[in-house]
Write a protein that binds this ligand. Sequence first.
Ligand code: ADP
Ligand code: MG
Length: 343
Amino acid sequence: MTKIQLLDSRLANQIAAGEVVERPASVLKELLENALDAGSESITVDVEQGGVKLVRVRDNGSGIDRDDLPLALSRHATSKIRGLDDLEAIGTLGFRGEALAAISSVSRLTLASNVEGEAEGWQVQVEGRDMAPSVTPAGHPRGTTVTMRDLFFNTPARRRFLRTEKTEFNHLEEVFRRIALSEFNTAFRLTHNQKVIHQLPAGLDDTLRAARVAKLCGKGFMEQAIPVDVERDGIRLHGWMGLPTFSRSQADLQYFYVNGRVIRDKVVSHAVRQAYADVLYHGRHPAYVLFLELDPAQVDVNVHPTKHEVRFREQRMVHGFLYSSLHRAIAEVRPGQSLAASV
Ligand code: ADP
Ligand code: MG
């Protein structure tokens, strides 16, 4: 008798789900990324009980073909890359084809969609165990709605790690904030237990963009932030950096995006810290919302399943560009002015 056995696909999915789905907030992250990858102009998120009972994301993006619906829930099924070449320069937020498979293995999930041009939409429904979904008609306008209910209903051990409704909602709202800051051309709305928490119109001009940042990061930040927009050799850095007068005791208002993807990176944090080094007291942290745009071939995003980490091909060049752009922006604001802005 052999001792080694292949895991059945449900168990394999559940194990893999551990990497992708930690809590309701991780579900929301994946669903929002999919909605953005589908080119949605408007995204609505409804959450109940901190997301444990319900996370529903509705978008008006490209939709999923009827025949693709069951496939979308299979592991390693993606429409975003085809071969190794595509991995060299990723232009979408997703590409691993794991999220929907993982989420559907630990929750009750409905995927309803409509591709433009078809009379009505279609949906598939799965409840953890049964992984052979059947396709049924669904009245759905163009776009996709993913409804996730009862997270970890079939994995009690994982469910026990969930915190209070308030804590889970805070994590969820943070994910919403990060992603809503990443795509100003898309309108977002978030409700929790039927109450509207955020309603953000598409920000097509500077005023609307600034208004969105103020809503998500607080008026105080925007009143004490300087806009940055620097471009050099095909790399662009833009966004807002908080004045030293708006420094914080924690690094809790730091949003850095690389080609629309929020990331944490040592090279980036080091460059930013250095740029602020002369103007911040020890132990204080700067606040910023910054966007770096560069050739996708210059960044490797396939470092970690949640894709929060990236690797720059030319780290020193990126470091130098960030440091000099931010340092100059800070130096240009005279101390008197920054004080005035804080009163
Ligand atoms: P990935 O995003 O890495 O491709 P997912 O499991 O998140 O993997 O999604 C699988 C596939 O389902 C996607 O490649 C896409 O084709 C389709 N899909 C998922 N969500 C949406 C959506 N909101 N709109 C359109 N297509 C979607
Ligand atoms: Mg995805």
